[in-house]
Ligand binder design. Structure first.
Ligand SMILES: Cc1cc2nc3c(=O)[nH]c(=O)nc-3n(C[C@H](O)[C@H](O)[C@H](O)COP(=O)(O)O)c2cc1C
Length: 323
C-alpha cells in the first residue's frame, strides 16, 4: 500500500484513493426561484440520522447550481437504478438543458421528481456547512419511496453494478488467493457452468438428431444464413474440434442444410424450423435459470462473460456482427 501524507499529498492519488470507496449515484434536483428545474449528478450522498430522518450531500462551490441550491427550501435525492447511467451522464454535464424531454413529476416545494429510480428522498433543506471547496447540504426527509430496481454503482471513477452475494456460499476471497486448483479455478467454474447449463439443451438437440457440433453449426446458420464453409470454420474455430466439411455433408444428407451455387451454406426450411424450435427451448431454459436471480444479476453475468470473451479472444472473427 502506498502512503501519501500531507503536505506532499498528491491530489490525483487522493482522488484515486477516494474512488476506492464504492458509492451509489444520485441526481439531486430542486427548482430555481424563476421556476426552472435544476439538478446535478452527485455521489457524495450519505445518510446522517434516522431520528429525525436526515441525509447529506456536498456540492462543488464552482458548480453552476450553487446559488439555486443555497437558496432553495427543498431538494430531492434520486438514487439511480442500474439502467439509469444515461441520466447520470446527462445531469453531470453543465450548461445543457438537463431536463429536456424527461417526464418530470412535482414533489414537496415544487421540486422536480424523476421516474424509474431505485429510491427517492424528498427533503427540506435544513443546514449548510462549509466543506473546503464544497458546500455540505443536510436535509430532513419529508417523504421517500423505493423500488426493487438494483442501484447504479460508482467505483474507481467508473460505473459498476452490484452483484449480491449468495449467503450460502463461502465469503469472497482476494483475487490473489482465488484461482487455486480447487473450485475457485476459473477454467473449472466456466467449464462446469457451461456443461451444467447446456445439458438441458443438449438432450433436446440429440433428440432432434444433432450431435453437439452439428447443433452449433445449425445455431450459427440460424443467426447468419448463407456462409462459406471456410468462414464458418474460422468463426467456429474456438468450439469445433472436428473438420467442418464432413459435418456439413452429413447435415446435408439429413436434410438440415444445403449449399447454393456460390458455395454458401444455408439451413433448409425444415432445418431452420427445427433449429428455431431448439433455440426457443434454449432461450426458455435460460429464462428459467435467470428468473431465480434479479434481472441485474443476469445482466451482470452476461456483461462479465462478454468482457472475458473479448479479453481471451485470440482473433476469432465475429460472424454475427459483420456487415
Ligand atoms: C458519478 C458522479 C458523481 C458526482 N458527484 C458530485 C458531487 O457529489 N458533488 C458535486 O458537486 N459534483 C459531482 N459530480 C459532478 C457534477 O455532476 C457536475 O459537475 C455537474 O455538471 C454540475 O452541474 P452544474 O454545474 O450544472 O451545477 C459528479 C459527477 C459524476 C459523474
Amino acid at each position: 500500500m502506498e502512503a501519501n501524507t500531507a503536505p506532499a499529498l498528491d491530489p490525483k492519488a487522493f482522488r484515486a484513493a477516494l474512488g476506492s470507496f464504492a458509492t451509489g449515484v444520485t441526481v439531486i434536483t430542486t427548482r430555481a426561484a424563476d421556476g426552472s428545474p435544476v439538478g446535478l449528478t452527485a455521489n457524495s450522498f450519505n445518510s446522517v440520522s434516522l431520528d429525525p430522518p436526515m441525509v447529506l450531500w456536498s456540492l462543488a462551490k464552482k458548480s453552476h447550481s450553487l446559488a439555486v441550491f443555497s437558496n432553495c427550501s427543498h431538494w430531492a435525492v434520486h438514487v439511480l437504478a442500474a439502467d439509469q447511467e444515461d441520466l447520470s451522464g446527462r445531469f453531470a454535464r453543465s450548461g445543457t438543458d438537463k431536463f429536456s424531454g424527461l417526464e418530470v413529476g412535482n414533489g414537496f416545494g415544487d421540486v422536480p421528481l424523476l421516474a424509474g429510480c431505485a429510491a427517492r428522498f424528498q427533503c427540506q433543506s435544513t443546514f449548510q456547512h462549509e466543506g473546503g471547496d464544497h458546500l455540505i447540504f443536510v436535509g430532513e426527509v419529508a417523504a421517500f419511496d423505493r423500488s426493487d430496481r438494483a442501484p447504479l454503482v460508482f467505483h474507481a471513477g467508473r460505473y459498476a453494478m452490484a452483484a449480491q452475494r449468495d449467503p450460502s456460499l463461502p465469503p469472497a476471497r482476494s483475487a490473489r488467493v482465488a484461482g487455486g486448483l480447487d473450485e475457485d479455478l476459473l477454467g473449472y467454474l466456466l467449464g462446469r457452468a457451461y456443461f451444467q447449463f447446456h445439458q438441458g439443451v443438449r438432450d433436446k438437440a440429440r433428440a432432434a438428431g444433432l450431435t453437439d457440433a452439428q447443433w452449433i453449426v445449425a445455431a450459427a446458420l440460424t443467426a447468419r444464413d448463407g456462409v462459406h464453409a471456410d468462414d464458418l470454420s474460422a468463426a467456429l474455430g474456438y468450439v469445433l474440434d472436428e473438420p467442418l466439411p464432413p459435418l456439413l455433408q452429413l447435415m446435408r444428407s439429413d436434410g438440415w442444410v444445403h449449399a447454393d451455387p456460390l458455395g454458401r451454406w444455408h439451413l433448409t426450411p425444415s432445418g431452420r424450423d427445427r433449429s428455431l424450435h431448439l433455440l426457443a427451448a434454449a432461450k426458455a431454459h435460460e429464462g428459467d435459470l435467470l428468473s431465480r436471480w434479479s434481472y441485474d444479476e443476469g445482466a451482470l453475468l452476461k456483461l462479465q462473460l462478454q468482457k472475458f470473451i473479448a479479453a481471451t479472444n485470440p482473433g476469432f472473427p465475429d460472424l454475427w456482427h459483420e456487415a
